[in-house]
Design a protein around this ligand. Structure first.
Ligand code: FAD
Length: 389
């Protein structure tokens, strides 16, 4: 379809990538973001090869490589520092044809924003969408400051706490608490924390602590521990909290806690979303976390938002039976893949965080038996299920 005007609500990974894929398709794009300054939740993010391929297709491959860490090896260790398995990621890179790039979220966000903003189209900040109306020809978005705009299509990329989701689905949708808390941040790579090309994951007692190399000589670190909903700890007490939770864990974990900057750390209760029955209402489609928020145990949430953007633009561009039909095809195409990944990530979260302690214990044993092939085949399967083979 030619000459569409597309309104995008939300300038996160999903909204900005959609802005870029849809502009490439030749459409006029308006992106509205409620905040003044886009502040992503979390310090780092691993863009697996399926996500990187979407960025490559937008001409951003060199830029993302510049901010990405070189992750060559993945290593599991027990909370007693026993090596459980150590896997080279090179077979994955060779099979799928692209490195994954763990990056700083702020740098990824700036990269996407810079790529989108040009002389005629820039993200409109401080623009909170508060409602939508549509008829058979147009869709109109209304904003908190009284502004309104109309277009042919509206993409709701307003994240896990999406307000537009209920409008699309037709009833209120509750998020599901995944029963654990995640702490994360960035720290300079230091030899006594871990190898600079290795993603290390310490597991034990239904908890985990991890460091992943990102660009500019930094680790993206994260911790996870099961916890009841509704806890909060101010930054100044976070090291104390982590010290207690990870007492007796290996020295690199202890040192990490000692050296991290708590004022630049995040503490998040992790939620996900049961697979939705519908993502589309007329000319309005959900995209990214608004459609399929997931626990981060497969590192695929942001990558799936990028895949959504790619498929959405392909369908709008190549299908000639109207916007509503193209959006429905997008929904059908994306629902199965993302639902499978959300449920797989949920199962993995339950296993990592000891929902059934016997299963978690079995998983620790299983990690010792797993061959490189088992792990790399599973990673390749997820990556190659995306739009670029
Ligand atoms: P968001 O990034 O949340 O963006 C939504 C945007 O919409 C925000 O900027 C918000 O301000 C704006 N907005 C909201 N409401 C309105 C409104 N009414 N009007 C205007 N604007 C609005 N994914 C990976 O691929 N790899 C990983 O390694 C990974 N690790 C993760 C670790 C953690 C701890 C967490 C929590 C998530 C992780 N994810 C990861 C998932 C990833 O962060 C998300 O899937 C991704 O950010 C979703 O992007 P999005 O654009 O859909 O939503």
């Amino acid at each position: 379809m030619n000459h569409l005007k597309v309104i995008i609500i939300g300038a996160g990974i999903g909204g900005l990538t959609a802005g870029l894929t849809l502009r490439r398709a030749g459409y006029a794009i308006e992106i509205y973001e409620k905040t003044n300054e886009i502040r992503p939740a979390g310090a780092g993010i691993s863009i697996w090869s399926n996500g990187v391929k979407v960025l490559n297709s937008l001409g951003l491959g060199d830029e993302v490589a510049k901010i990405g860490g070189l992750m060559d090896v993945m290593e599991y260790r027990s909370h007693r520092n026993e090596l459980l398995n150590r896997i080279s990621l090179h077979p994955v890179i060779e099979t799928v044809g692209q490195r994954p790039y763990p990056v700083s979220r702020t740098e990824l966000q700036s990269l996407l924003l810079k790529a989108f903003n040009n002389e005629t189209e820039t993200v409109k900040l401080n623009a909170q969408c508060i409602g939508i109306e549509q008829d058979e020809h147009r869709v109109t978005a209304y904003f908190a400051d009284g502004y309104q705009t109309s277009g042919d299509v509206l993409i709701a990329a307003d994240g896990i706490h999406s307000k537009l989701r209920d409008y699309v689905v037709g009833h209120p949708v509750e998020l599901r608490y995944a029963d654990y808390v995640n702490w994360n941040g960035l720290i300079k790579i230091q030899e006594d924390l871990g190898d600079k090309n290795t993603w290390v994951i310490y597991v034990g007692e239904g908890k985990r602590a991890s460091m992943m190399p990102i660009g500019n000589n930094r680790f993206y670190y994260f911790f996870g521990c099961p916890m009841a909903k509704g806890t909060w700890v101010e930054p100044e007490y976070r090291q104390q909290e982590l010290k207690q939770i990870f007492m007796g864990w290996p020295f690199p974990v202890q040192r990490l806690i000692e050296r991290l900057n708590p004022y630049e750390s995040n503490r998040l209760e992790i939620h996900d979303l049961d697979p939705l029955e519908t993502w589309v209402r007329g000319r309005v489609a959900l995209l990214g976390d608004a459609a399929h928020a997931t626990t981060p145990t497969l590192g695929q949430g942001g990558c799936q938002a990028m895949e959504d953007a790619e498929i959405l633009s392909r369908f709008l561009l190549t299908i000639n039976l109207g916007v509503e039909y193209a959006l429905k095809r997008y929904e059908t195409e994306r629902k199965e893949r993302t639902s499978t990944l959300v449920l797989k990530a949920r199962k993995r979260a339950d296993m990592i965080y000891g929902k059934d302690p016997e299963l978690t214990q079995k998983w620790y044993e299983q990690l010792k038996q797993e061959t490189e092939r088992d792990v790399t085949d599973a990673l390749c399967k997820t990556i190659l299920g995306g739009p670029f083979k």
